[in-house]
Every structure is written in structure tokens, then in C-alpha cells.
Design a protein around this ligand. Sequence first.
Ligand code: NAG
Ligand code: NAG
Ligand code: NAG
Length: 559
Amino acid sequence: MSFVAQFVRADTVRTTSGRMPWLSRIQMHFHYLSMKILRRPLLSAHIAMILACVSVLVLTTFITSVRYLQDPDKALVPWRQYCSEQPWFVRADVEHLAPVNFLVGVITVDEKFERRQVIRSTYASLTTPRHPETGQPLGNVQVKFVLGRPRKEYAERIALEMELYNDIVVLDIKETQWSRKTFEFLRWAAENATVPVLVPHTSQSHPYMVNGTPYEVRWKLVDYVLKADDDAFIVLDELERRLRAAPRTMAHWGYKVADWFMSGEVYALSQDLVQYIAHSPDIAASASRKEDEQLARWVATHPRHADLQWLSERCWVYDHPRASTPYAHGFLFPDHVESIKEEALHGLSAKELARRGGLTKALSYSTTTKWNTPYTPPRPDLTVEEGVEALIEGGGRWAHSWYRTTRDPDTPRYVSLYDFILPSDDQRLGPKLNASGEAAGPATYDPSTGLAVYAEPVSHPAAARGPNINEAWGPNLFAHEDQLRRERYLNYTVGGTVVVHYLKHDAWFYETALALLGHRPLWHRGSAANEWRMYGSPLVQPFSSTHRHIVQDAPRTHL
Ligand SMILES: *[C@@H]1O[C@H](CO)[C@@H](O)[C@H](O)[C@H]1NC(C)=O
Ligand SMILES: *[C@@H]1O[C@H](CO)[C@@H](O)[C@H](O)[C@H]1NC(C)=O
Ligand SMILES: *[C@@H]1O[C@H](CO)[C@@H](O)[C@H](O)[C@H]1NC(C)=O
């Protein structure tokens, strides 16, 4: 090799190795090796064989591990088994137990303004559990958002948000310090998670009058502290009843993953455990990185660890149907769980077992979702209401039809613009004016709804103008929804879903609220009772983003 050639080659190698050194090095070695092999044919046969064996081995391992990673059976959650094993909740008796007070700390970050607003307007707006018959408020639930020190760009907005809503706890840690957030929250809660209570009035203080009796307002530490992530939807009423039935000390409520381990997304601790964690020097010294396992380690250090009560709720805590995680399935109601229990008792027919793909798959079978597969609605043209119903395990109201008939009480009717031009005596225009231009009708207001009440009923013009305006939509909807709820809850008021997890989009909160709470508690209080229902606009395609995955062959039998 001449000096020039040597120089040129060295130069080339240097430039290539500058760009992709490993590749060129492999190329060089390969080149060198193949030259050697070609020159010594006897050795080459051995090496070729070894190489072939190794490549077959590597390939097999690769395929196996890819198969393993993609195998949906590996992580199947036998939720049907959990539901059939979940003891019946003592629904009727629980109303006689003393209500519990608790505080939910939603662990979130400074920049998630919209998420906080969505939570405030959905489940967190229902913080007063009420007696199902008397409507009397029971107990006291607080929902607070837990942040670290907000970053500079968000500080002002958060200060205003705190002032306006009074529901934000700012911990003295860096906003991004996730590993310490839960611990610092519990430390805060041990001192400051309180609810107001009334105590008999003493002469020194300012009285607070309730039905003519003087009280004073004091603060009391809550019975339970909850830690929740900001992608969880908590049905507070259900949770309150579950905690009522739980012991008030040494208790720990959540979704048990293993014998020693609760899922970190939502759990409740009795006040004494909060005090223990907040004040144990060992725990303070070892704030761990793995958020999920933190709690398990903390409670493991408790001197009376063996006496801890692990209250696990694996049936009524699950992932949102659109999540396509192993924990996802349709929204669950007690009537469907009843049928799951029946199924467990009597077993499946061989045909049904085969349809569900064997025993393992049958235990995690869902009518709505499949792990690792994006959710697809049963038909492409569902209305919003049908779309929500379709996410209910078992298929919801239209499970066996997926069509609407004109006789269906829920048939949507679009009100034409013409119908908004009301005759001058329509009561919705307000009280009639007398000759001097003043309101002739009485100006009384219903105290519960805040709506004007007229002494002279104006006959409603709806009947005269055909079916387009239906004065009774509001009450009809509620009556229908109440009836449905009674059926789904087997005539009880509680005993169903407690937490839905993994709500990755704000819209999923609305969906979950519609499915689990219904319209009644969320329509603006009072006014909706007399409100005709505004249906969605044809200009808005609610589920268009999922339409790409539509099953095309879904039959459309009737319309
Ligand atoms: C409890 O609240 C008070 C008043 O805001 C505050 O000074 C105190 O530091 C809080 N406790 C903890 C542990 O954060
Ligand atoms: C109109 O109604 C107001 C309030 O009810 C009443 O005070 C007034 O006398 C009425 N005027 C006439 C002309 O009836
Ligand atoms: C619920 O109550 C209704 C009417 O009182 C009754 O017909 C129905 O069978 C009850 N359902 C259950 C599951 O008890």
C-alpha cells in the first residue's frame, strides 16, 4: 500500500468516524472478518455456523420479547372476578351510620388551570353529601388542589385563583418536586386538613345563629385524608358512604394491587395514620422517588403495622373506558355487577366462553373496551347522550338496539328558530304589564329554585303549536333519569362506582359526570327544573375524532 493510499484511507476513516464512528468501525471489522474467512475456508464454515446459530438465537429472543410486550393477555386484569368477589356494600344500613368528614388533596401542578376548572365544575361541586330522603346535608367534604411554589409566570394567576375559589394549598417545595409532594401534603394535612363544626355558644364569642340557637364555629381535623391525582374522577357521595362503613383509625382505603401495596392514584388514610406519617422522623428522612410505593413503605414502618386495616375496592375503582389500559372497562353500575355475580355463580356456556377467548380473557371481558385498542363507538352516528350510554358496561339504555324509534321518550327534537318568537303573553317573557306599564303579576320567587312565580297561570302555547316545543323536557328528562338510576342502583342510592382513573382529557370528565352523576346535580341549580332541553347542534360532531375507528358493518336496523 502506497503512502498516498494509506493517507487517503486514514483520512476517510477519520471523517466517517467523526460522523458515525460505530457504524464505520463495525463495517471495518466486518470487512476484515470476511476477508479472513474467505482466505481460510475451513475456519469459515465453523464461524458461519456459529454466526447462523447466534443470529437465529437473537432473532428468536427478539420476536419472543416483542410478542411478550404486545401480548394483551399478560396484563389482563380479572376485574369480573374482583366484582364477583367484592362483598355487597351495606347500602341500607350505611345511612344510619355517622357521616365522615374528609379532605381530598388533588395533587396537581401550577399550569393546569383548565383541569382544575373542570374538576371544580364536575365532581368537586358536589361536596355536600345529602340524606337521600330528607335532602339534609351530612358531614363535610373538602376538595383542595395541592401545588408546590408556583413558577414565576403562573404566580399571579394562581394568587387570584386562590382568592376566588379558596381551594388551593401551596406547599413550600419546588413545583416540580414530585417525589416530596405527597409527603409534604400529608404533613400539611396533619395540621391543616380541617372542617368547620358548630359548638355550643359561650358568652365571650360572637354567636352564629342556626334556627334561633346560638353556636360558635370551630375547626376540627377531618376523619380521613385522601390523596388523589388530577386525572381521577371521584364520586364523593359514594366515597363518603364507603368511609362511613370503615373504621375511623388504623384504616387505609384504596385499590389493592398486591398484599402490601395500594395503588398510588387515590387512597384514603385515617387521621391517626396521617399523624403518624407526618411526624415520623424516619419517613421524613427517606422521601422516596417511586411515588406509587411510597405509602406502602411508610405504613410498613408503623409499630402496629399488623393491625392496619386494608380496605380495598377493586370492583368500583377502574380506568376510564377510553383509556385502553388493562384497568379500563365500561362505566359500572350495581345492576350490571349483579349480572356478573350471577355469571360467576352459574358459569358461562361453552359457546360464550369460546366467544370471549377462553377463561383468562373471559374474566377481563368488557362489552365496551379492549386493552391496547382505541375505543370505538358501536355506531358512527351516535348523539352525545347515546355516546355516553355506549360507554356503560353492558351497553347502557340502548344496548340491544342502538337505534332510536320515534316512540322513544328520548327522541331528540330540534327546535326551529321560528319557535323562539314567543307570543306576547308567553310566561317566559316575564310577568304581564298592566296599563301603566308596570308588572301586574306578583313578584314572588320560589325560594328553592329562585324562579319567579306567577299568580295567573298563562296557558302554555306549546300545545297549540305542535310538538316542537315541549314544556316538560326538563322534568321528563329528570324523571326518566331518576327512574334509570333507581334501576341501575337496584333501588338504593349508593353502592356503585367510587373512582374512575386515567382521565387524560378534560372532555372525559364531562363524559364521566354525565354517565355517573347525570344531568340533575350539574344543570344550573333550579333553573334547569323548568328548562326545556337544548340539544346539541348539528354543527358539533361530538365523537368525530373516534370516527376513524368505526366498525363499518354495524347494522342500522330501524330509524
Ligand atoms: C398550617 O397552616 C398554617 C397557616 O396557614 C401554616 O402556618 C402552617 O405552616 C401549616 N402547617 C403545615 C404543616 O404546613
Ligand atoms: C300596575 O301594577 C302595579 C304593581 O302591581 C300597581 O301598583 C299599579 O296600580 C297598576 N296600575 C294599573 C293601572 O293597574
Ligand atoms: C325496585 O322498586 C320497584 C318499585 O318499587 C320494583 O318494582 C322493583 O322490583 C325493585 N327492584 C329491585 C331490584 O328491588
